[in-house]
Design a protein around this ligand. Structure first.
Ligand SMILES: Cc1cc2nc3c(=O)[nH]c(=O)nc-3n(C[C@H](O)[C@H](O)[C@H](O)COP(=O)(O)O)c2cc1C
Ligand code: SF4
Length: 449
């Protein structure tokens, strides 16, 4: 077979991001925007569902569930409302793709919302945005206003007879409200906590009506699929992980940012484009899909970043949030910070997660600060064992991933913190990542500060 040189980047979602005032409707239309909707409206809704099914698009919100199949789960129309809810809550540590997409190209998302709504027979869609990102909320509000004014939303869109209203809703800023059923409760004005499933949202979602919940990037991928066809989409990526996606490189990398590429690209290839690890340092560990996915090391640089290959290597593709940590990083400290997040964000509904994340945080903190005891690693692993598979939703399971994977990969480093009564890292190296060795908690409570 002859060797081909292929540019591994596939800017599709991000294609218009560097256009002048890319977020305006005019700029979007000038770049060919809103043509997908015209194409969709010219065919029966079922054909639009079919093209998305055939494309093999899998949900970009983390779990990778096939998008067309999810749309197909809605029961037959009964004359009552059915809803599309776009999950724009993006709160997983390291995940930072939907926010830049909505800032740079909100019309792309809104076009995706219009096509998806048409396909599933919905006349009122919601975009649930993470509360802290006020700038994104404002941009979406303005973009929706522009789309109404241009006749892409509202009554009788483009003379097709199809009506659609879009509501942009700002949450109050809670990681759990990204879990789809907690999101629906929050959108209904209730406290954001996960619902028991079944019934699944497809059957009884928003206001107990059939509902599709899709991630921003999933919905934004739809216009190009409708425009170019399913074969075009499956020509990228791998057989079971088709298409392109945003890979978000952050942390100790020379040029952090969004790299849009076919699924199946490797971290080695992405790092080459991103200028490598900062300072020429060695890669120590990384997350393939955000903090809830088990850690990888430099041994996984060539693992294809598609759902199957990452799972076969012991982790999850998740949201393609590639957080890079170089050799100067204390893994105990990194995991301890993540656990602060999970303990804070646990919604408290179920005991394994509410109590478990609290204790994981306490134990990690004491190991980090030099007050760890000999049995602590066993207690950490036992606590994880009591959360994994026993928690009410995936937040609890995700919280165990950094703990169990880091102990499996760096047990020596955890033990060195315990036997050495603190972080064994050279303080000059630690300064590179602003690491201040902590005093033992006893010293703090003894009024040493
Ligand atoms: C704790 C938690 C947080 C989540 N946060 C998000 C999020 O911010 N955005 C998102 O799209 N999906 C998030 N999900 C996944 C959603 O529950 C759901 O699977 C997703 O929105 C489905 O969209 P997709 O099929 O297009 O990927 C989260 C799940 C959990 C358990
Ligand atoms: S696993 Fe955690 S976040 Fe999920 S329901 Fe239980 S307490 Fe809430």
């Amino acid at each position: 077979m002859s060797e081909q040189t292929i540019d591994p980047l596939t800017p599709i979602l991000s294609e218009t991001w560097d256009a002048d005032r890319s977020w305006t409707l005019d700029a979007y239309v000038a770049q060919g925007g809103w043509q997908g909707l015209a194409k969709a409206l010219a065919q029966p809704p079922a054909d639009v569902v079919q093209v998305v099914k055939d494309s093999g698009l899998r949900g970009r919100g983390g779990a990778g569930f096939p998008t067309g199949m999810k749309w197909g789960f809605l029961p037959a129309p009964d004359g009552g409302p059915r809803y599309l809810v776009v999950n724009a809550d993006e709160s997983e540590p390291g995940t930072c793709k939907d926010i830049p997409l909505m800032l740079a190209s909100p019309q792309l998302l809104i076009e995706g919302v219009a096509i998806t709504s048409y396909a599933i027979g919905c006349d009122h869609a919601f975009i649930y945005v993470r509360g802290e990102v006020l700038h994104v909320y404002r941009r979406l509000l303005r973009a929706v206003e522009e789309a109404y004014a241009a006749g892409y939303l509202g009554k009788n869109i483009q003379g097709s007879g199809f009506d659609l209203d879009v509501t942009v809703h700002a949450g109050a800023g809670a990681y759990i409200c990204g879990e789809e059923t907690a999101l629906l409760d929050s959108l209904e004005g209730l406290r954001g906590q996960p619902r028991l499933k079944p019934p699944f949202p497809a059957v009884a979602g928003l206001y107990a009506r059939p509902t599709v919940v899709n991630n921003v990037e999933s919905v934004a991928s739809v216009p190009a699929i409708v425009n170019h066809g399913s074969d075009w989409f499956t020509s990228m990526g791998t057989e079971r992980s088709a298409g392109h996606g945003l890979f978000s490189l952050s942390g100790h990398v020379v040029r952090p940012g969004q790299y849009e590429a076919p699924l199946g690209i490797t971290l080695r290839e992405l790092l080459d484009m991103a200028g490598g690890v900062r300072g020429g340092n060695r890669l120590k560990f990384w997350t393939p899909g955000g903090s809830s996915t088990p850690l990888f090391t430099d041994a996984h640089l060539d693992t294809p970043l598609d759902y199957e290959s990452v799972a076969a290597a012991g982790s999850m593709l998740g949201t393609r949030a590639l957080q890079i940590f170089d050799e100067t990083t204390c893994v105990v400290r990194a995991v301890s910070r993540w656990m602060d997040f999970y303990a804070h964000e646990s919604c408290g509904k179920c005991t394994p997660c509410r109590e478990g994340t609290y204790w994981l945080k306490q134990i990690l903190r004491r190991i980090e600060t030099g007050a760890g005891t000999e049995g602590d690693l066993d207690v950490l692993l036992d606590t994880c064992d009591n959360i994994l598979g026993r928690a009410f939703c995936a937040l609890g399971d995700g919280a165990t991933s950094p703990v169990t994977s880091s102990i499996a990969l760096f047990r020596d480093e955890f033990e060195a913190h315990i036997t050495g009564r603190g972080c064994p890292f050279d303080p000059s190296a630690a300064a590179l990542f602003d690491y201040t060795p902590r005093r033992a908690p006893q010293a703090l409570t003894a009024g040493a500060h």
